[in-house]
Write a protein that binds this ligand. Structure first.
Ligand code: GDP
Length: 325
């Protein structure tokens, strides 16, 4: 571990190894890592906020990493510095890491202007949202002007990511005609752009049909006078077709939101959201660690497990132990 000032100097000096070590510190579950991590973040904050923040979600196998690699290489080719943060929901269960697999994004990983970092979605410091947002800020302080945050369409992670980015890209693939049924309405509501990937070979025509379906669905979700109705585009990450058409959409969305002042509003709203996330996470930690709670929680959990107590009674017991009920 370094001294806070050394992390700050290293990150502002764009040293990727120091940035990496700082993200490890953010992910640490050790209580005594929290204060230095916070000190570093506080010093970095004035140097953050200047990137284009894009969330990318989709089920495993839809081609997100292939797409991110193609998009990332296109962006670094245009002089951008691109950070990719991937939330890995498997690591908590398996201890392993699918997203961390070194075979993903090989060319982008070798690019001097790219930084790729998979993160376990463990429970440290406020969970996924906590350290991913902080890692994003650290990347911005390290001079990355595009941050791509990848999550594999698994429940809370995508909502959490949508609450920290400017733009949310949903990656889908053409199915067997029943596409819409498989898609959660909530996911479509988060989307600023839907990319139907694998629009190549035999899938090219089904992809066009899927695009038409999604376009109709999105029109129903968004009012006609909305400042931004999410476009639906077909692409092939594998053949690098249509990928270059994605970025202009990100920029057009940005321009539309900047015109109306909504981008600044969105970012400020996200700061408030972040504040409550921090408060909630700390309250939870503090509560669970209270001796009154520890004294009763095992017994109550066991009673709920064996059916001798229902969860309503259990919650009352814990709250009574805390003097709240
Ligand atoms: P992820 O799990 O969403 O990150 O998906 P990957 O990027 O790892 O891709 C899963 C599989 O789909 C791999 O075998 C890719 O080669 C393949 N794939 C990705 N994009 C495309 C595409 O545009 N067209 C086709 N035909 N295959 C693709």
């Amino acid at each position: 571990r370094l001294a806070p000032a050394d992390y700050v100097a290293g990150i502002l000096g764009r040293e990727r190894s120091i940035l990496s070590r700082f993200i490890t510190l953010l992910e640490s579950r050790r209580l005594d890592d929290r204060l230095p991590a916070r000190q570093v973040l506080t010093a970095l904050l004035p140097h953050t906020g200047r990137s284009i923040r894009v969330g990318i979600t989709g089920a495993p196998g839809t081609g997100k990493s292939t797409l991110i690699e193609a998009l990332g290489l296109m962006l670094t080719g245009r002089g951008h510095r691109v950070a990719v943060l991937a939330i890995d929901p498997t690591s908590r269960i398996s201890g392993g890491s699918i997203l961390g697999d070194k075979t993903r994004m090989i060319a982008l990983a070798r690019d001097a202007n790219a930084f790729i970092r998979p993160s376990p979605s463990g429970k440290a410091q406020g969970g996924v949202a906590g350290h991913t947002r902080e890692a994003m800020l650290a990347c911005e302080a390290a001079g990355f002007d595009v941050v791509l945050i990848e999550t594999i369409g698994a429940g809370q992670a995508e909502t959490a990511v949508a609450a920290m980015v400017d733009f949310f890209l949903v990656v889908l693939i053409p199915g067997a005609g029943d596409e819409l049924q498989g898609i959660k309405r909530g996911l479509m509501e988060l989307a600023d752009l839907v990319a139907v990937n694998k629009a190549d070979g035999d899938s090219a025509r089904p992809a066009e049909r899927a695009c038409a379906l999604y376009r109709n669905a999105l029109r129903l979700i968004h009012p006609v006078d909305a400042p931004w109705v999410p476009p639906v585009v077909a692409c092939s990450a594998l053949e690098n077709k249509g990928v270059d058409a994605l970025w202009p959409q990100v920029l057009a969305h940005r321009a539309a939101l900047e015109r109306t002042g909504q981008l600044a509003l969105k970012r400020r709203g996200q700061m408030v959201h972040w504040m409550w996330e921090l408060v909630n996470a700390s309250i939870q930690h503090a509560l669970y660690d209270r001796p009154e709670v520890r004294a009763v929680s095992c017994r109550i959990e066991a009673a709920i497990h064996d059916g001798s107590m229902n969860p309503l009674e259990g919650a009352d017991c814990v709250l009574r132990a805390l003097g709240i009920r």
